[in-house]
Design a protein around this ligand. Structure first.
Ligand code: CLF
Ligand code: SF4
Length: 293
């Protein structure tokens, strides 16, 4: 466990997604988590070498392979300070992410361990997350209103059942906020991501920012919709709308403004070239750099 990482002020110097200089500090995403337990209406998870967005990886790897990839990555880019897991599915829908973080804690104790989740299983798995030594946790909360959330999320899979519409959305939101409270009270620094979707959740960004801040989140990251799947006809927000939403949220919580919408297997400096092609044989370099980072 990286003790310094538990201090928010230190994270601002060492974690590129919490304000550290993205030209000097880097992150790697280890794509160990394939399945997901909810169905976002904008999600299109695929395996390929060329798309530069969350939810995409060249392949899904096993926890032990992730350690080999990490060792190689640190040789190529010693500025990497953060080992993250952000999909391509949900990190809590299977055990692979937590298993990988336990291995990282043993092998690379100085690295910050950063996990990203939709939060559905956060309350029931909070103890495991704390035990694995996770330093920073990102929870994607797209709305705290079940009616709005049901326009963004088709269903959840919970307790072995598919739960649709506002009923599923209500459970998801409850678990997200409860989970944020549980882990932040135990010293894990929480960032919340919201996918900004024009006409659906853009009018209630303040409400979401206030709710997640009250639950214990320290940082807020608003990322623009990449129109796909059921929302493929929805327009992506422009820079002005994105900036306006960030300004409004900034009245209530620290806002991160340099998100690169990383692939689930991104590697390198946040502000630099991705070198995933060197880690995964056969992969072509991606041009630039959505799940939920
Ligand atoms: Fe990865 Fe996300 Fe951790 Fe960063 S990314 S799990 S907090 S180490 Fe960062 Fe990439 Fe944006 Fe995510 S730039 S998509 S916010
Ligand atoms: Fe799951 Fe993330 Fe896709 Fe939503 S965006 S369905 S949480 S993988």
């Amino acid at each position: 466990m990286y003790e310094m990482g538990r201090n928010y002020e230190n994270l601002k110097k060492e974690h590129p997604c919490f304000g550290a200089n993205g030209l000097k500090t880097g992150r790697i995403h280890l794509p160990v988590s394939g399945p997901c337990n909810i169905c976002c209406r904008f999600c299109d998870r695929v395996l390929n070498d060329y798309e530069d967005r969350p939810g995409v990886a060249s392949k899904v790897i096993k926890p032990k392979e992730a350690i080999d990839v990490l060792r190689k990555a640190l040789k190529i880019c010693p500025q990497i300070t953060v080992a993250g897991i952000a999909g391509p599915g949900d990190t809590l829908a299977s055990d692979y992410a937590l298993e990988t973080f336990r291995l990282i804690d043993r092998e690379f104790p100085k690295l910050l361990k950063c996990m990203s989740t939709n939060g559905l299983l956060l309350p029931e798995r909070a103890e495991e997350i704390i035990d694995a030594g996770i330093d920073t946790l990102t929870v994607t909360v797209n709305s705290v209103d079940p009616v709005t959330e049901s326009k963004l999320n088709k269903y959840i899979v919970y307790d072995g059942k598919i739960i649709e519409g506002t009923e599923g959305a209500r459970i998801l939101i409850r678990n997200q906020l409860k989970g944020i409270e549980m882990v932040s009270e135990r010293g894990i620094t929480v960032k919340v991501n919201t996918v900004l979707v024009p006409g659906i959740n853009d009018h209630e960004i303040e409400k979401t920012a206030i709710a997640v801040k009250d639950a214990g989140a320290s940082m807020y990251n608003i990322i623009p919709l990449i129109p796909q799947y059921e929302l493929s006809d929805c327009p992506a927000p422009g820079c002005d709308a994105l900036n306006a939403a960030r300004e409004r949220a900034g009245d209530f919580i620290d806002v991160f403004r340099h998100c690169r919408h990383c692939r689930a297997d991104a590697a390198g400096l946040l502000g630099g070239k991705d070198f995933g092609a060197q880690l995964y044989s056969g992969r072509e370099p991606v041009k630039e750099r959505f799940s939920h980072g």
